[in-house]
Ligand binder design. Structure first.
Ligand SMILES: Cc1ncc(C[n+]2csc(CCOP(=O)(O)OP(=O)(O)O)c2C)c(N)n1
Ligand SMILES: [Mg+2]
Length: 454
């Protein structure tokens, strides 16, 4: 059949269809399979936009299982760059004032105040836990500084039924969903109250109850998993979507590309939110890709996309709100590229002043501060005052100090927790490892933490 197609039908004029060819092939074949039409093979919506460069080409199209494509007699390579960069959607200007004629989803006073309060809470949590790590009381920490808006505004636009598969710089999404400050702190201290039983590094939060998959360190693994989760929601007929976050660095992983293609061909209701914050640890975006950012990659895979100002809370809220509508109602994926800036170091294992100018960091921290921008809009509406601000900041700080005292005093999980919960029956090789570990601790007790119950 393949050679028949190649020999006879590579070039078809407009009016011919593949079903004609099928009908003219052997009768035994056509009795087995009904004549097929092109629509079965169309992988893109591009067919509707067939364009012909020359009038002579009008009646000539190349017809192949992927659909119809017009011919051109001109040998023209596609340029690697678009002539115009994809614009960035924004609603608030740098002063927190509404941009004239902007289209956006309305945010009520109650919602706006909750969003701003959550941004302040996230900032405070970051400041306090960063200091706690510097004091050596927890082993690691990673802030969302500079990305509070993309965290909170995206979370606010979702429904609690939507399943979140985070990277790691999105604790604000979990905060928005009601994860208590005490629980964040328990996880960072890796004590018995930590849902992960102290097996993960700090900041690897997760909550089954809040539909938030546990953070997993290997970059981009969350992306194909999110497509699978989205597809299962679709199979179950749920009116919800999967929402997954990643950084600009993640887009260089194979998993990103597999996920995009998988989502497109499976029509999976998934929203990809890529925080393009300029840096992947010390690798700047100029060394990460040569494309016009990330949003254009969606187009290559046949996915709807939008580039949004990730430091504009109203733009992020509106774009994510609409993307989730598209994903859940139309059962299709959407890619959002949120332009932002990582103001903090990558983590406490990093000193970003070694590879980027301090002026650059200061500029984004002060002049382009996204939380202040949203605050100006909230204040401009008369919804927030200096008194509200100082009360909130001191109350959150107090809650955190208390939470730290509780978490620090709580017991560490017992040694056996290192080996259980993966298998129903612990296999012999894990038993052997446990015995070996116990013997080693007995031999070198000073090298092991005294607060872990044996
Ligand atoms: C598969 C894999 N490779 C490398 C790393 C080490 N690593 C941790 S974070 C990171 C940078 C990720 O950058 P980006 O996706 O832009 O996220 P950001 O930290 O900027 O939020 C790298 C390379 C990892 N965790 N997993
Ligand atoms: Mg990054």
């Amino acid at each position: 059949m393949a050679s028949f197609l190649l020999g006879r039908s590579r070039i078809l004029t407009h009016h011919k269809t593949l079903s004609v060819l099928a009908a003219s092939s052997s009768s035994s074949y056509s009795s087995l399979f009904p004549p097929f039409s092109f629509s079965r093979h169309e992988s893109t919506k591009a067919q509707a936009q067939l364009e012909f460069e020359h009038e002579d080409d009008r009646n000539q199209v190349i017809d192949f299982p992927g659909g119809k494509v017009g011919f051109t007699s001109e040998m023209k390579f596609i340029s690697e760059s678009v002539q115009k960069r994809i614009p960035c959607y924004r609603v608030l200007d740098d002063n927190g004032e509404l941009v004239k004629y902007s289209s956006y989803v309305q945010v009520s006073k109650e919602m706006a105040v909750k969003m701003y309060s959550n941004m302040v809470t996230l900032q405070t949590m970051d400041n306090v836990l960063y200091e706690v790590q510097r004091q050596g009381r927890i082993s690691f920490y990673l802030t969302s500084t500079g990305e509070e808006v993309v965290n909170i505004a995206s979370a606010a636009a979702l429904s609690p039924d939507d399943i979140i598969l985070p990277q790691y710089r999105e604790p604000g999404v979990l905060l928005w969903r009601g994860f208590p400050l005490q629980q964040f702190v328990h996880q960072c201290f890796g004590n018995t109250h930590d849902f992960g039983k102290g097996r993960q590094m700090p900041i690897h939060y997760g909550s089954n109850k809040l539909n938030y998959f546990t953070v997993s360190s290997p970059i981009a693994t969350q992306l194909p998993q999110a497509v699978g989760a989205a597809y299962s929601l679709k199979m179950d007929g749920k009116s919800a979507c999967a929402v997954t976050y990643c950084g600009d660095g993640s887009t260089s992983e194979g998993d990103f590309h597999a996920a995009m293609n998988f989502a497109a061909v499976m029509d999976a209701p998934v929203v990809f939110i890529c925080r393009n914050n300029g840096w992947a640890i010390s690798t700047p975006v100029e060394e990460q890709f040569r494309s016009d950012g990330i949003v254009v990659k969606g187009k290559a895979y046949g996915i709807w996309g939008i580039r949004v100002d990730g430091n504009d809370a109203l733009a992020v809220y509106s774009a994510v709100h609409t993307a989730r509508e598209i994903a859940t109602r139309e059962k299709r994926p959407v890619l959002i590229e949120a332009l932002t800036y990582r103001v903090g170091h990558h983590s406490t294992s990093d000193d970003s002043t070694k590879y980027r100018p301090i002026d650059e960091i200061e500029y984004w921290k002060m002049e382009r501060n996204s939380v202040n921008r949203f605050k100006r809009w909230v204040e401009g509406n008369g919804w927030w005052s200096d008194k509200d601000e100082s009360e909130l900041r001191s109350s959150v700080r107090k809650q955190l100090v208390e939470a730290i005292q509780v978490a620090e005093k709580a017991q560490k999980p017992p040694l056996e927790d290192l080996f259980n919960d993966v298998y129903d029956q612990i296999p012999s090789n894990l038993h052997e490892q446990e015995t070996l570990l116990r013997k080693t601790i007995e031999k070198h007790p000073k090298d092991y933490p005294s607060d872990v119950p044996l």
